[in-house]
Structures are given as structure tokens and as C-alpha cells.
Write a protein that binds this ligand. Structure first.
Ligand code: B12
Ligand code: SF4
Length: 546
């Protein structure tokens, strides 16, 4: 609380001629693999009030970050903790920035910070407050109050350090009318300079489903909003048109589920598609959406394809009926298979999220998942990704694991052990054996995903790229088959041994299997790279190959 003692003196020089209130500088520290729309919405809301903002990445060199912060001299530093597992790195960055900006107010937002403000304030001592749940109005009021030198501790939507401890204030109601918010601030993005300019965009917030591993429902309900709030389709298309004029060619819809909301949700998606075709945007814009597999039905996607849809991300999550039940997905594996067939028939590329293991997995559910994956994408239609379910804050599975005494309350990484110890060894094996393939930007899975995306998107307009499709499918088929065979062999081995190794690499069979998989994956990577390099136009469009 001593941080803003000298604030009023410093602010005197920041008064904007003609404006009533002095303006503040706000520095956002935010991860952005794809544009961080949360922060960009916050930034435009602050700019609307005359404040100045700047976005920096936490992965930037820390000394450079400190220099930027010192030069910018912000009144407020806002950390965007969109991923729970970033707590430790944010703690480190916040501590370093505190010495660069000793009097600034440090605040943080995002899902984890919203659900666990006390824990986040304890873990990141440099913070003064947490902005909980949707942040536009709380942050705008926080900045205004700080500018005026007013008290902030009781601000609705905020959790703040006080002399007496941490005060977690009442939540602030979310806005029903999302169109009243200014469009995300994208002023610092130069789309024209990108080879294939892509922009993230949001047509709605929230989701009516209740998957047990997901925090979307609890997050928005804490704001007093229910289900999915959709923007006016015409205003959405205005934003699309604006982006198209700035040079954008691919729209990444970040809506949690672009088709959610039954018939009304589909009608809304169709209204956007029809309006954008009416304005001719389909001639230059491609789309990527995310949705559930049970929403892909006859007639649902065709209008979107006409408007530019070329890629679908599906939350498949599991191919085992027991897992799907405990995830509360309310569907069976056959629905995923049918959706995959429809996407192929429509000529779309797709990828999907898949949790090979969840906290109540057994050897049998993992085996089921592997054979499902073979049926689903054994032909190479999409590279197989996998992870295990993590019990993020605000989710029903976190609650269930806590009740079962399987969670360490002080562990922000939301870690747990499986009920069958063989699965701990199996997951460690799977994760480490395929970590390069699955998680590296230049890894086989990411490159194949990009190749398939480009091959499908350009198949009609550029025949030289069109010939790439069967090659990309073939390589993906080989990569998927390698992954499945290796994981099946490891599972069978673990089932057959009597003494479990402490680590997978202490077991000679698993160790050899892992090395073999690594060698094959490295050879595949060479093949994929050769394929791309032989096509300079394509290589240019694949930033991952730089
Ligand atoms: C787009 C997206 C991504 C993008 C990147 C996002 C980016 N910004 O760069 C990609 C595809 C890379 C991605 C990947 C992953 N994602 Co993701 N992603 C999303 C998604 C669908 C949309 C984000 C968005 O635009 N939201 C809309 C904006 C308006 O809301 P918001 O971000 O919450 O921001 C508001 C508030 O939180 C708050 N706020 C946020 N930041 C700040 C900062 C300050 C200073 C303040 C005051 C307020 C504030 O105010 C904002 C405006 O109201 C969210 C779900 C969601 N609806 O948020 C999941 C979500 C963030 N992802 C999630 C996860 C788990 C992942 C993955 C781990 C999945 C996986 N297994 O691989 C990976 C991790 C990637 C990695 N590098 O390791 C989880 C995070 C859960 C958690 N507690 O950590 C979410 C919440 C989805 C979920 N169903 O639970 N993701
Ligand atoms: S996982 Fe997807 S469908 Fe399920 S509740 Fe979350 S956003 Fe909705």
C-alpha cells in the first residue's frame, strides 16, 4: 500500500489538454500466442477513457521488460494470468518489475486469479490487487480511482491487500450487451506485414454446457451472467469487415463454442455467415471455429463453409464412454466419429483436443481411447494430440478431487496421481516420449497441423498446393500410427510386468521404446520439412519453419 504514496504529485504532469481527468499509463503483461483478446478488450476500454496502454509479453527478455517498464512509467501494471501454470513465472516477473516501477499499482486478472485471489496474492507478493472475472469495468474504475488518489479497497469486482489482510469484495455484474464494449484494441498489430494475416475475434462469451473439467460456466456465472451472450451479428460483421480492410485473411473465432445454444446458436452463426457473404467478405476471409462434435449436423456447417470456414477445432476430449461420462460431455464416441466423417465430406481440415487420461482413468479406458483414435484419425485427417485432464480452479473435477483428498491445496499446477500407479509411469512415458512432437512449435504435430490447414484452405485456388494434401495426409497417418503403436506397446508392457519402475526410463523396454519413437519422429520431421521447403510459397506461410 505504500506503492502509490507519491502518486498525486506524479500525475500532475499527465493531464491531457481539454480532458477532465488526468490520463494514466497502463502496462499489460500478457501471454499471446494468438492475440490476447481479454487484454485487448481491457485496453480499448481504458483508451476510451483517455488512458494510454501498452502490451508486453512475459516471454520477452526480463531485462528488456524492465527497461520498457521504466521508460513507460505506468500508473498501473496489469498481469493477465490466462493459464494457471504461469503463476511461478508471473511471480518472478512481477518481483523484477516492482523494482522498475516502485510506486505503480500491480493488479492481475484471468480465470485462476478470479477463482483463487487469496492464493494468487500470497504467491505473488508484488501484487496489490486482483481484478476478478470479466475485467473491463472493474479495471476502468480502478484506474480512475487511482488517478484521483481515491480509496480502492472496497471496489466491487476487486480483491485487494489491506492493512487488515486481503479483502475479497462483492463481484461485479457482467454486461449483458457485449456490443456496448469497444472492439479489442489491435492498433499495435501490423497485419499488412504478415504473410498470411490472421486475427482473433469474439462473437460471444460463455457457454451453456457443463463439462466437468471446464471453468467457463463458473467464471461467467460468478459475474451473474448465464449461458452464452451473443453479439449482434451485424455488428460482428462490421468488425470482420474492419479487419478485412486492414488486410486480415484468416479469422480465428475464439468463442468457446461457436455453435452453442441449440437452434438459436446455429441461427446466430448463420446470420453472421449470410451477412458476411452479402458484403462479399467470403472472397478474401477464411474462418476457423471451435465447437463440440454433437453440434456438427446436416446443414449446420454448409452456410459457414460458404462464408469461408475451412478449419474446425473440436473438443473431442475422450473416446471412452466412462471418461466421457465423468467429463459430463453428454455424448458417446460414435458422435465424434460421425462429426469427423462430415468434416471430411465437407473438405475441411480439423484438429481436436484430447485428454488421453483423466483422474479416474484405468488401463482399460486408456486402451479404449487409443483404439478410438485409430478409428477417428488413423487415416491421417488430423495429427493426434493428447494430454491428461488437469483440475483447474473453478471446475467440478477440482472439487471432486479435493473431496477425495487427492489435491495438494498449495499446488497451483493442479497436479494429482492416478488411482492405478502404472498410469503414472505410462503418462510420464507418453508425455516425455512425444514432448517434442506434441509441444514444440517446430514439432511434427504442429507442422502437420499447419500443413493440413494450408493444404485444405488453398486446395481450390492454388493447384500446386492442392497436390500437397495427399502428402500431408500420408505423413500424418505415419505419425499417428507411430504414436498409437508405441503407446499401445508401452501400455501392454506395463500390464505384463510385476515390479513397477520408479521412472519409465529405469525400465529397459520402455526406455528403448521411447528412444526408438524419438528416432522415428526425428526422421518424420525431416520429411515434413523437406516437403515444405520444396514449396517456397508455402514455406513462407509457415512461420513455424523459420
Ligand atoms: C483463445 C484461447 C487459447 C489460445 C491462446 C489465448 C491467447 N490469448 O493467447 C490458445 C489456442 C493458444 C490456447 C491454448 C491453451 N489453452 Co486456452 N483458451 C482460449 C480461450 C478459448 C479464449 C480466450 C479469450 O479470448 N477469452 C475471452 C476474453 C474476453 O476473456 P478472458 O481472457 O477471460 O479475459 C477477461 C478476464 O479474464 C479478465 N482478465 C484477463 N486478463 C486480465 C488482466 C488484467 C490486468 C485484468 C484487470 C483483467 C484480466 O478481463 C478480461 C476481459 O473481460 C479461453 C476460454 C475463455 N473463454 O477465456 C481458453 C482458456 C484460457 N485456455 C485454457 C487452457 C487450459 C489452455 C491449454 C492449457 C489447453 C491445452 N491443454 O493445451 C492451452 C495452453 C497453451 C500453452 N501455451 O501452454 C483454459 C485455462 C484454464 C486455467 N485456469 O488455466 C481456458 C480458460 C479454457 C477452459 N475451458 O478452461 N488457449
Ligand atoms: S468444454 Fe467447451 S463445451 Fe464444455 S463447458 Fe467448456 S466451453 Fe462449453
Amino acid at each position: 500500500m505504500t506503492h502509490h504514496l507519491s502518486l498525486l504529485g506524479r500525475l500532475a504532469s499527465r493531464r491531457v489538454p481539454g480532458s477532465r481527468s488526468p490520463r494514466a499509463r497502463v502496462l499489460f503483461v500478457c501471454y499471446q500466442d494468438q492475440d490476447n483478446l481479454g487484454v485487448r478488450y481491457l485496453s480499448s476500454r481504458l483508451r476510451e477513457q483517455g488512458h494510454e496502454t501498452r502490451l508486453v509479453s512475459p516471454s520477452q527478455d526480463i531485462a528488456e521488460l524492465e527497461r520498457t517498464a521504466r521508460r513507460f512509467d505506468p500508473l498501473v501494471v496489469g498481469f493477465s494470468l490466462i493459464f494457471q501454470f504461469h503463476v511461478a513465472s508471473f511471480r518472478h516477473i512481477a518481483a523484477r518489475l516492482r523494482s522498475a516501477c516502485p510506486t505503480a499499482h500491480f493488479t492481475i486478472g484471468g480465470h485462476y486469479a478470479s477463482f483463487e485471489p487469496e492464493r494468487v496474492l500470497a504467491r505473488i507478493p508484488a501484487l496489490d490487487s486482483v481484478v476478478r472475472f470479466e475485467g473491463e469495468d472493474t479495471l476502468a474504475e480502478l484506474v480512475d480511482r487511482l488517478v484521483q488518489g481515491a480509496e480502492v479497497h472496497a471496489l466491487p469486482g476487486l480483491a485487494a491487500r489491506t492493512e487488515q489482510g486481503i479483502s475479497v469484495n462483492a463481484s461485479r455484474a457482467g454486461r449483458d450487451d457485449l456490443d456496448a464494449l469497444p472492439w479489442p484494441d489491435r492498433d499495435d498489430i501490423d497485419y499488412e506485414r504478415e504473410v498470411l494475416p490472421m486475427a482473433s475475434i469474439l462473437g460471444s462469451r460463455g457457454c451453456p454446457w457443463r463439462c466437468s473439467f471446464c471453468s467457463i460456466i463458473t467464471f461467467y456465472e460468478a459475474n451473474g451472467t448465464r449461458g452464452r451472450r451473443r453479439r449482434d451479428p451485424r455488428r460482428v460483421v462490421d468488425e470482420m469487415e474492419h479487419l478485412q480492410r486492414r488486410g486480415v485473411r484468416v479469422l480465428l473465432w475464439q468463442d468457446d463454442d461457436f455453435l452453442a445454444g441449440g437452434k438459436a446458436g446455429v441461427a446466430w452463426a448463420h446470420a453472421i455467415a449470410e451477412e458476411s457473404v452479402r458484403r462479399g467478405l467470403h472472397r478474401s476471409l477464411s474462418w476457423k471455429i471451435s465447437c463440440r462434435s454433437d453440434e456438427i449436423k446436416d446443414g449446420v456447417l454448409a452456410p459457414l463453409v460458404q462464408a469461408g470456414l475451412t478449419h474446425v477445432y473440436m473438443g473431442v476430449e475422450s473416446g471412452d464412454p466412462d471418461n466421457l461420462r465423468s467429463m459430463n460431455k453428454l455424448l458417446l464416441p460414435e458422435v465424434h466419429l460421425r462429426a469427423g466423417e462430415m468434416l471430411r465430406e465437407l473438405g475441411l481440415s480439423f484438429d481436436f483436443g484430447f485428454m488421453l487420461l483423466e483422474p479416474w482413468s484405468t488401463l482399460a479406458t486408456v486402451r479404449n481411447n487409443l483404439s478410438f483414435l485409430r478409428r477417428f484419425v488413423g487415416d491421417g485427417a488430423a495429427p493426434i494430440p493428447f494430454c491428461r485432464t488437469l483440475p483447474y480452479a473453478g471446475t467440478p473435477i477440482e472439487q471432486r478431487l479435493r473431496e477425495e483428498g487427492r489435491l495438494d491445496p498449495d499446488d497451483c499446477d493442479a497436479d494429482y496421481r492416478f488411482l492405478d500407479a502404472r498410469l503414472d509411469v505410462f503418462y510420464d512415458f507418453a508425455l516425455r516420449t512425444f514432448s517434442k512432437r506434441n509441444h514444440e512449435r517446430h514439432g511434427v504435430a504442429n507442422l502437420l497441423r499447419l500443413l493440413l490447414f494450408h493444404a485444405h484452405r488453398s486446395a481450390r485456388s492454388d493447384p500446386s498446393v492442392g497436390a500437397l494434401k495427399p502428402l500431408a495426409l500420408g505423413l500424418t497417418r505415419v505419425s499417428n500410427s507411430l504414436l498409437l503403436e508405441v503407446l499401445e506397446a508401452a501400455l501392454a508392457h506395463l500390464e505384463s510386468i510385476h515390479e513397477l519402475p520408479a521412472r519409465f526410463d529405469a525400465d529397459p523396454v520402455l526406455d528403448a521404446l521411447s528412444r526408438l519413437a524419438g528416432e522415428h519422429d526425428a526422421r518424420l520431421l525431416d520429411d515434413v520439412r523437406r516437403l515444405v521447403r520444396a514449396r517456397p510459397r508455402l514455406a513462407q506461410q509457415l512461420p513455424a519453419l523459420d
